[in-house]
Design a binder for this molecule. Structure first.
Ligand code: TXA
Ligand code: MG
Length: 321
């Protein structure tokens, strides 16, 4: 590990170098379509320990394992039928499935924080896919931010947060979804929403032909879902139509003409999701008080509002992920 991470370009040489670093147990931040992930060899206990150390992440909060192909998922877990349906519809893409581990999985134990399940995702970003192919195995990758801080959607965000603690960043520009993957767990065959994210509840329910259950109603562990999360340094106030003079106002939609930053002039939720974390990073650098306009709760708006509520929640000593 170096003082400054290597910045790897999104070409063959960059991918080869990133795979080489991962193979020797170093950490590489990689772009995905959702946010940048802090990747390490999921079978190497030292690499996994480095991920937890670099993020300052509590050991009880498990990591998502990223794969290049569906067959690799079959080697690691027993997929419920509903999980297969979702994988067929949405992988590769912004969806994470939590399923029971097979006994012969070979993942480093810390990846799953001792749970009998593991979270799996096939990312759609071409660079993430190329890197997974070149590395040739499962990569554990949480979002590439210090635990409890705003997630990174550019290589600059990664460097600002974790710069001295990682070997390299593969620079793929801005992430186009901009919010983390939707996480679905299973209570037997029943699909349960564990985290709202880049894939909407409506799309998932349409694919399943049934409604998702709420996490609280199911007996499912979701260790990373604490209230305070994604926290900026500045104070954040939500649903603000009339900011005070001290507040930096982040707007949404055409009625926010005085806003310093805009999530989407036209009120497009996908555009707002893609810009959300960058807007919070920038507002946090410019102001001590941030106000944000109301964002509708439909579609991916539910995930935007989830992140905003967490960003505005009182800080706990153990803010996570
Ligand atoms: O889009 C994403 O999901 C990004 C990119 C990099 O893939 N990753 C990401 O990872 O958001 P992270 O570590 O920041 O969030 C993963 C969440 C945590 O809340 C963790 O608790 C939960 O997934 N998780 C992981 N394994 C789990 C399991 N076995 N059961 C329940 N929740 C789990
Ligand atoms: Mg995270």
């Amino acid at each position: 590990m170096t003082d400054h991470p290597e910045i790897l370009l999104p070409d063959d040489a960059g991918i080869t170098r990133a795979a080489e670093l991962l193979a020797r147990g170093d950490l590489v931040a990689m772009p995905t379509e959702t946010v940048y992930g802090l990747a390490g060899d999921a079978r190497n206990p030292q690499a996994v320990a480095r991920i937890f150390a670099a993020k300052g992440r509590p050991a009880h909060n498990p990591l998502i394992v990223h794969l290049a192909r569906m067959e690799e998922a079959e080697d690691l877990v027993d997929l419920p039928a509903a999980a297969r349906t979702l994988a067929a519809h949405f992988w590769p893409g912004p969806l994470t499935l939590v399923a029971p581990l097979r006994p012969d999985h070979r993942l480093a134990p810390a990846v799953t924080a001792g749970l009998p399940t593991v979270a799996l995702r096939l990312p759609a970003h071409p660079l993430a896919r190329q890197l997974l192919e070149a590395f040739g195995g499962p990569l554990a990758a949480p979002s590439a931010n210090p635990s409890g801080r705003i997630s990174p959607t550019t290589a600059d965000h990664v460097i600002a947060g974790l710069g001295g603690r990682i070997a390299a960043v593969l620079d793929g520009g801005a992430c186009h979804v901009g919010l983390e993957s939707t996480i679905i767990g299973f209570d037997g065959e029943q699909a349960v929403m564990l985290r709202e994210g880049g894939l909407s509840r409506d799309a998932i329910e349409a694919a399943l032909g049934t409604q998702l259950h709420a996490r609280d109603a199911a007996k499912i562990t979701a260790p990373g879902q604490l209230a305070s999360h994604y926290a900026p340094r500045a104070r954040l106030r939500l649903n603000v139509r009339a900011p005070t003079p001290e507040e930096l106002w982040i707007g949404f939609g055409p009625d926010c003409s005085g806003a310093a930053l805009q999530l989407s002039e036209s009120g497009d939720l996908a555009e707002a999701a893609a810009r959300l974390f960058a807007a919070l990073h920038e507002a946090d650098l410019r102001a001590d008080q941030i106000a944000i306009a109301p964002v509708p709760d439909s579609g991916i708006g539910a995930a935007i509002n989830d992140r905003l509520r967490r960003a505005a929640a009182p800080r706990t000593p153990e803010s996570e992920a």
